[in-house]
Design a protein around this ligand. Structure first.
Ligand code: SAM
Length: 227
């Protein structure tokens, strides 16, 4: 039985992809991807002509069944997401679980590469030997509980944030965190407007409030531990 590949792709800069990922994406029969237009840009950059099949957060059980049938018929598949490592705050874990359940002997192979959480932490200067990753904070229910958890955390805390909520989140952090706690916001990593903003929550908030033109793109927010 062929292997199933879970392939990390760039988080911005299209050169941040491994030789192995390019080899796998070129050689499989089908690539499962979230948005075919996004993945097409990567494939065109590396002259890859592999057919795409969409698999995203709203793909239901029928899509999973269709994918399992493809595997059964002997096709080799790779799963990618729009950016970074599939299944990390992205779709895919249910599919991987279904594949493992249906084909227990099948090898599921991670093709390691970029992920925003690792890239952000690596340049943050915050202690990273262990950390708490929260993915996206919930919009309503449970949000305040997580803010309390972040405030009390003895570990560095990392989470993803959308541009629409970044200011609101930094405002809440500035209300809860002492000025001794370090906050790092990593924005647009590996892209033209990449920046890392470091300071207390109040200082980081003040920077973005003073420069609203920089409240754009993709954000990772990191909070140093309470020690
Ligand atoms: N699976 C992806 C990974 O491994 O990084 C994460 C997917 S999640 C749907 C998208 C979120 O990741 C964005 O909202 C942002 O918080 C973060 N992200 C992705 N690319 C980024 C970048 N270039 N710079 C900063 N944050 C990024």
């Amino acid at each position: 039985m062929a292997d199933f590949y879970v392939v990390a792709t760039p988080i911005g800069n299209l050169e941040d992809v491994t030789f192995r990922a390019i080899g796998i994406l070129s050689s499989v029969d089908v690539i499962l991807c979230e948005d075919t237009r996004v993945t097409m840009r990567l494939l065109q950059r590396y002259n890859i002509n592999t057919p795409l099949l969409s698999y995203h957060a709203r793909s239901g059980a029928a899509k999973t069944t269709a994918i399992l049938s493809l595997i059964k018929s002997g096709k080799t598949l790779a799963l990618v997401s729009d950016a970074g490592t599939p299944t990390i705050s992205d779709p895919g874990s249910e599919l991987v679980s279904a594949i493992r359940g249906t084909f227990p002997d099948m090898k599921i192979v991670p093709i390691a590469g970029a992920s925003a959480v690792a890239a952000a932490l690596s340049a943050s200067g915050l202690p990273s030997s262990d950390f708490l990753f929260l993915g996206f904070l919930p919009h309503k229910k449970g949000r305040e509980t997580l803010f309390k958890e972040i405030t009390a955390s003895k570990r560095t805390v990392v989470f993803y944030e959308s541009v629409h909520r970044a200011i609101k989140t930094l405002t809440r952090l500035s209300e809860l965190l002492s000025d001794k706690r370090k906050v790092v916001v990593a924005r647009e990593l590996t892209k033209v407007f990449e920046e890392l903003v470091v300071g207390s929550a109040t200082e980081v908030l003040a920077k973005f409030t003073a420069h609203p033109d920089t409240v754009k793109g993709e954000f990772v927010i990191m909070v140093g531990s309470e020690k």
